[in-house]
Ligand binder design. Structure first.
Ligand code: UD1
Length: 449
């Protein structure tokens, strides 16, 4: 059956105490709303609609960076979850099938749970969970799997508040039924809002079926404060570390390694202390990341050694057995098999051939203040320490640059480029100079400091 996804993401999240819309706060390197979209993508939806309100423009940008086919619906005023879905209805026109509603601030739903929800044969299905402390969640009044109604905490009697089966907010509904029932929602309740949860009563009145499927409470964790966000990050990291170790990765001090939502690390890779991954990283089997590295948007191949204190930025492509050492930054650069840049170097917008050695203090001068330019270095080249490569420039295979050279024009294969002031050596001058200065000091002369 065709599936459409509606992600509710209009709320500001007052308790976050932030100018940023709640769903743009980041968890594991990406906005919360991306976690919801990612979870929903397991259902391979035919249509995805995101309901925005606070910070709609910024939320739209983040959503489209992830999925440029997502349809944005606007809920200018937040009048409740039922109203939010009403705002999505025009974007649902012409769709028949199952609609799944998710919250943009609930990042931990698993594909298995969503598939279970999607497979429910009832016309309306809500995802519930047994809460240790049911707090102010809506309560599900159910008879076995059959859902009789949902009562919001604000409207619940003391007996109803004793119920521990809670509403996660996630639900599935037949599209035609949704379009029929949403306009029937009213606001005669304690919050004066349009409750999506009232669909259960309306559906049953219309002779349709309603049911509940359940999941673990940990999956339904919604973020509504900075403390909640930090707690969610800790949960994410703990799971990612455990998963990496189960996948055969060595984490020397797991608590100090931070993963992004999409980090991929191969078997027998070794991650030392304080390694931080941003989004878009793949580390292949047997690579070793030494302490204190920051890595994002990069690919590290088998046998490569990174760090300590290295920074790999987006577009860093580190070949098999290549080395990137301390205080080296690599951006939008390919380092060929066995190439080495071991000390104090910036490689940006560059291509470095296999077996090439980049000396300490080398800089690819890639930016002229307006445009970025490429540096291409061939195979088995030797770039002397403190070489400035003023891009665009090419250094050929088996070529060399002398220490301290400023390379402004191409260096052919097997050539040596040298461009530095010639040294003069004055025999005995150092001693004569020092003797004179010391004599002046002994005679009472003071410096200028
Ligand atoms: C809702 C449920 C409640 C459930 C709880 C789980 C209703 C009436 N109540 O509570 O049963 O236990 O979620 O967390 O559905 N949103 C909008 N526009 C709005 C209102 C909300 O986009 O006008 C979005 C929020 O940004 C958020 C989500 O919907 O992502 C849930 O809103 P929130 O206010 O947290 O939920 P409640 O209505 O309190």
């Amino acid at each position: 059956m065709a599936t459409a996804l509606i992600v509710l993401a209009a709320g500001l999240g007052t308790r976050m105490n932030s100018d940023l819309p709640k769903v743009l706060h980041r968890l594991a390197g990406v906005p919360l709303v991306i976690h919801a979209l990612r979870a929903g993508s397991a259902l391979e939806p035919d249509r995805t609609i995101v309901v925005t309100g606070h910070g709609a423009e910024a939320v739209t940008k983040a959503v489209h960076a992830w999925d440029d086919t997502a349809i944005i619906a606007l809920q200018p005023e937040q009048k409740g979850t039922g109203h939010a879905v009403a705002c999505a209805l025009p974007a649902l026109q012409g769709f028949t099938g199952r609609v799944i509603v998710l919250y943009g601030d609930t990042p931990f739903l698993t594909p298995e749970t969503l598939e279970k929800l999607n497979a429910s044969p009832a016309d309306v299905t809500f995802l519930g969970f047994r809460a240790e402390d049911p707090k102010r969640y809506g309560r599900l009044i159910a008879d076995g799997d059959e859902l009789l109604r949902i009562v919001e905490w604000k409207d619940a009697s003391p007996q109803e508040r004793n119920i521990t089966l809670c509403n996660s907010g996630v639900m599935a509904c037949d599209a035609d039924l949704l379009a029929t029932l949403i306009p029937q929602l009213g606001t005669a309740n304690a919050a004066g809002e349009y409750y999506l949860t009232d669909l259960v009563t309306l559906a049953r009145k219309a002779g349709r079926t309603a049911s509940v499927v359940t999941c673990e409470e940990s999956e339904t964790l919604g973020i509504d404060s900075r403390a909640g966000l930090a707690e969610a990050e800790a949960i994410f990291q703990a799971r990612a570390r455990a998963q990496a170790m189960e996948d055969g990765v060595t984490l020397i001090e797991p608590g100090t390694v931070h993963f992004a939502f999409d980090t991929v690390v191969g078997r027998d890779a070794i991650l030392h202390q304080h390694v931080i991954f941003g989004p878009g990283v793949t580390v292949e089997s047997g690579a070793e990341i030494l302490p204190f590295c920051h890595i994002e948007g990069a690919h590290v191949s088998t046998g490569a050694r990174i760090g300590p204190f290295a920074r790999l930025r987006p577009g860093a492509e580190i070949g098999d057995d290549a080395h990137v050492g301390n205080f080296v930054e690599v951006k939008n650069t390919t380092l060929g098999t066995g190439a080495k840049a071991n000390h104090l170097t910036y490689l940006g917008d560059a291509e470095v051939g296999e077996g090439t050695n980049i000396g300490a203090g080398t800089v690819t001068c890639n930016y002229d203040g307006v445009f970025k330019h490429r540096t291409v270095i061939g195979k088995r080249a030797f770039i002397g320490s403190d070489t400035m490569l003023v891009a665009p420039v090419r250094v050929g295979d088996d070529a060399m640059t002398a220490t301290g050279t400023v390379v402004t024009s191409d260096v052919p294969d097997e050539a040596l480029a040298i461009g530095r002031a010639r040294q003069e050596t004055k025999p005995g001058l150092a001693k004569r100079l020092m003797d004179r200065l010391r004599a002046e000091k002994a005679a009472g002369k003071k410096g200028n400091a």
